[in-house]
Design a protein around this ligand. Sequence first.
Ligand code: ADP
Ligand code: MG
Length: 320
Amino acid sequence: MASEFDLIARYFKRPVPAGMLGGGDDCALFAVPEGMQVATSTDLLLESRHFFSDVDPFKLGIKALAVNLSDLAAMGATPIGCLLGIALPRIDEGWVKAFADGFYTLVDRHACPLIGGDTTRSESDIAISVTVFGAVDPAKAMRRSSACIGDDIWVSGYLGAADIACSMMLGQMPMDLALLDRTRLALEQPVPRIDLGKALSAYAHAAIDISDGLAQDLQHILKASRCGAQLHESLLPIAPVLQGIDPARLRQAALAGGDVYELCWTAPIDAREAILKIGQTLQTPVTRIGSIISNQQLIVYDSVGSPLIDLPFGFDHFRT
Ligand code: ADP
Ligand code: MG
């Protein structure tokens, strides 16, 4: 039977870039380029709450780092490194290896070396905690409090697919295997928008990743920036794979569906061309969906120009 230290040595210790001290000592060490600040964020993933017990461990490894990188992206930060805390009820080396391979896929893709962590045994469920570190120019960091009245509101990628996949897997919607096939990638292997966040930071004012749903997360920007927003439902970039789904369900998925690791940002009107160019260069859809207004509320206009009465809520772990 492998020990805690065997597991770490076998699966969570790979060389880190020169100039850094990775796992193996009491702390990791890394430098930040002159003039930059450290951007850091942490996310906890619990079995049954954030992922299904039978999830493919390779995909879970990808997602565990992706959701954290998404926070760096929303700040416009460049990844430096990450820490991984993992609690396992038992050692299943096949599972751990697949998880580590998935995790390292994103470590390599985004140059975000694993530089330490903690490994422990849990009573029953798996718990995963990842902390990321990035570097950002504090003058360019896209804070939630930086939106300005008159700004355009933009969103990256497509909306709704993760929510539809999750609903089917939870049995809240009739299972359609072909539809699940087309939507589960969005749920299980989100793409953190690191390059987009970095490029946008030269133009955008405020940004957020919409992991708890567009409407709810945009409200965080509105509150922090003391302003409001108007959105147009017809402009929302609904995932093309969702064609044919009931419009009311699509509205719910696009406005409130969680587990979306896309960015929503505000930017001055004169940045439109530059932002469209960034989207083209990165081959990432970028869509203008509304604007920032002084009236401190979120208004969503439907396709005939009437404001929606009951905006669907996003995700909240403690809402009953
Ligand atoms: P300490 O007792 O000082 O907390 P540990 O015995 O927990 O150290 O960990 C030993 C080393 O292995 C540390 O450098 C730690 O960062 C690293 N480590 C432990 N678990 C992980 C993990 N899951 N992934 C990466 N590094 C890890
Ligand atoms: Mg420890």
